[in-house]
Write a protein that binds this ligand. Structure first.
Ligand SMILES: C[S@@+](CC[C@H](N)C(=O)[O-])C[C@H]1O[C@@H](n2cnc3c(N)ncnc32)[C@H](O)[C@@H]1O
Length: 293
């Protein structure tokens, strides 16, 4: 069988199964190419339509197993192949952590312009999961020291694998902490966070693919805002006076804006898709402190 024939076959299997895409890909074709290319170790810039590569029996057998897993278990491709891309770099991923897909990637690639007044020397990735946001920041800001924080020690194990993979062990450290609780005295120029922001009710109505992800990575209290609000309340004490917080709250954006109408959140726009990410300065966190309580 030719590679292009196998891609067509997989797309039709995925389409028929009516899968959910949203863990790094957006269509059946993207999902199929992701699964097949990573399994075969192919470079993504090779166009399967122009390739005459034939698949061996063992390749087909492994691919069939993986396609079957994707369809029958609704397991996202990143977990099946153990790899996810973030800011153009590969990250090791498994069920210990959420699959990287935050639109914050676009901000990192733009070096957070024009949100920062100067190059950040100390960065905190709060609720780091696989470590993708903080490690990508460390790769973008080559002199920065970065702390990765998560409450889950399983996430931190994975984050350490990714720190090593990207050669950032000397500048990045992994800290187990319930939000800021183990970071007393630490101040940062930039705090970036993609915390859990899904409500208890919503999480059970999400497509099956999400059930493969750790619930702790998704759920944040009854309304979804419990953890984001705690971060907004506590962050100022951990920022330098010119520091900035970048916080993702996804589709809880409306609920947060409604709850805190006075607070001047800057809701960011993304060319590559995504929403629900705000920026707020340390000064405004201080100024609006009473509203956040
Ligand atoms: C939405 S996931 C994001 C992971 C990663 N930042 C990303 O973008 O892929 C949220 C993470 O927050 C962690 N978390 C949940 N509650 C926490 C808490 N109280 N303190 C620190 N981390 C927490 C979860 O373990 C999970 O890894």
């Amino acid at each position: 069988m030719l590679l292009k024939e196998y891609v067509e076959f997989t797309v039709s299997e995925f389409s028929e199964a009516d899968l959910h895409y949203g863990h790094g890909t957006g269509t059946a074709l993207d999902d199929a190419v992701y699964l097949i290319y990573v399994t075969l170790g192919l470079e993504f810039d090779q166009d399967f339509r122009e390739s005459n590569r034939t698949l061996s029996e063992s390749e087909i057998s492994l691919l069939n197993q993986r396609v079957e897993q994707r369809v029958s278990e609704r397991r996202p491709v990143a977990y099946i192949v153990g790899e996810a891309w973030f800011c153009g770099q590969p990250y090791t991923i498994d069920e210990r952590a959420l699959i990287p897909r935050s639109p914050i990637a676009e901000l990192i690639q733009q070096r957070f312009a024009p949100l920062l007044q100067s190059t950040p020397g100390r960065i905190l990735d709060l609720c780091c999961g696989s470590g993708c946001i903080g490690i990508a920041c460390a790769l973008e800001f080559e002199a920065a020291k970065v702390d990765l924080v998560d409450l889950s020690s399983k996430c931190l194990e994975l984050a350490k694998i990714n720190m090593r993979r990207h050669g950032t062990f000397d500048r990045v450290r992994a800290v187990r902490s319930d939000l800021f609780s183990n970071l007393s005295g630490q101040r940062y120029d930039l705090v970036v966070s993609n915390p859990p922001y899904v409500s208890e009710q919503e999480v059970d109505s999400l497509p099956e693919e999400f059930r493969h992800e750790p619930r702790m990575g998704l759920v944040s209290g009854e309304e979804g805002l419990a953890i984001p609000l705690k971060i907004l309340r506590e962050c100022q004490a951990h920022l330098h006076p010119d520091g900035v917080l970048i916080l993702e709250v996804g589709y809880s954006e409306g609920a947060l804006a409604e709850r805190l109408p006075e607070v001047p959140f800057l809701w960011l726009e993304f060319a590559e898709g995504g929403e629900g990410v705000l920026a707020i300065t340390a000064k405004d966190l201080e100024r609006y402190r009473d509203h956040l309580i």
